[in-house]
Design a protein around this ligand. Structure first.
Ligand SMILES: C[S@@+](CC[C@H](N)C(=O)[O-])C[C@H]1O[C@@H](n2cnc3c(N)ncnc32)[C@H](O)[C@@H]1O
Length: 303
């Protein structure tokens, strides 16, 4: 008998444990359903308590990202749009979370049964159509006010996520958020995903990475750091129009990409204040007399 098995059979806890595992062969492989770490997050608390009614379908890691970006909207009138409604549970969660009575909620889904949630949640508006259909999305834009938050949780294919962002990003207010979830599909061939190589067609992640370049577009020409016209041309027309001047940040989380919308100059003002400075020179040779001059300027300036 192998020493480990002999030990298990003879130890006080080993034998009962072995019997327990044998009586339930899947026991050792039960998935960990809920990780710890989101205590105090009202969205997570809502999710845990939500045992009946429309199903909510999220990955655990999303709740903290949501709360990080959305909490400042909780008590103000918010226009919120979720693309991808399915069983409607997440719409209920958002209605509970954004608690201002003048908040408005919009859902978009390709599945016509999702229209039911207009009856279930008074005041919610549902649009039925495909996220990859630009004409449909433009119609949705024309029928709705600008949004504080747009959350893309729909079909998760590359074309859907990219078209959705291109058509809906400019429908987000200044100071608002555009969030795309389930972006691991960028690595799953069934959704059009692939690793970022020269050969592959665009994935949402490769597209979003290039949007980071687009964010810094103004610096390509900054003070003689001249990039080739090809490099600049590659970025022109990439992503939603005016992306550079209307994006404060692009953040990549576990399966979520967040775009914080806000007006900014494409090149920031280089800000300098103060009246003592050491000239920038990485290869300066030390000179005690110069040091003494700086010392007098700096210490003499001290009030
Ligand atoms: C992941 S589920 C949404 C889950 C829901 N937001 C939740 O958290 O419980 C995805 C939904 O996207 C919808 N969908 C799939 N392809 C779509 C498309 N091309 N346009 C719009 N919705 C689509 C599906 O019908 C499905 O209801």
């Amino acid at each position: 008998m192998a020493p480990l098995l002999r030990y298990i059979l003879s130890s006080a806890v080993g034998l009962p444990l072995l019997l327990l595992l044998c009586s339930n062969p899947t026991y050792a492989f039960q998935p960990v359903l809920f990780e710890k770490g989101s205590e105090g997050n009202p969205l997570w608390e809502y999710f845990l308590q939500h045992k009946q009614g429309p199903v909510i379908h999220k990955w655990h890691s999303y709740f903290d990202v949501y709360h990080r970006y959305f909490q400042r909207f909780r008590d103000v009138p918010v226009n919120f749009m979720e693309v991808g409604v399915q069983s409607g549970g997440s719409l209920g969660m958002w209605r509970s979370y954004f608690r201002h009575p003048n908040s408005r909620f919009y859902g978009v889904d390709i599945n016509p049964y999702c229209k039911l949630f207009e009856e279930y949640y008074p005041g919610v508006t549902i649009f039925i159509g495909s996220q990859s259909n630009r004409t449909f999305l433009r119609d949705v834009v024309s029928r709705t006010p600008k949004m504080d938050i747009i959350l893309d949780d729909a079909g998760h294919t590359m074309i859907q996520q990219i078209v959705g962002l291109e058509e809906l990003y400019n429908h987000v207010k200044d100071g608002g958020i555009y969030m795309v979830e389930d972006v691991a599909t960028s690595y799953w061939p069934r959704f059009g995903g692939a690793l970022d190589t020269a050969q592959h067609t665009e994935t949402f992640i490769s597209y979003a990475k290039r949007l980071v370049d687009r964010m810094y577009y103004g610096y390509l020409n900054y003070r003689g750091h001249a990039y080739t016209s090809e490099a600049r041309a590659r970025l022109q027309g990439h992503g939603p129009s005016n992306f550079t001047e209307n994006t404060l940040s692009v953040a990549f989380y576990d399966q979520i990409v967040v775009f914080e919308r806000g007006a900014r100059p494409s090149v920031a003002v280089h800000a300098v204040q103060g009246d003592f400075s050491i000239p920038y020179n990485a290869e300066v040779a030390f000179d005690a007399a110069v040091m003494q001059k700086y010392r007098e300027q700096l210490l003499g300036n001290r009030a």
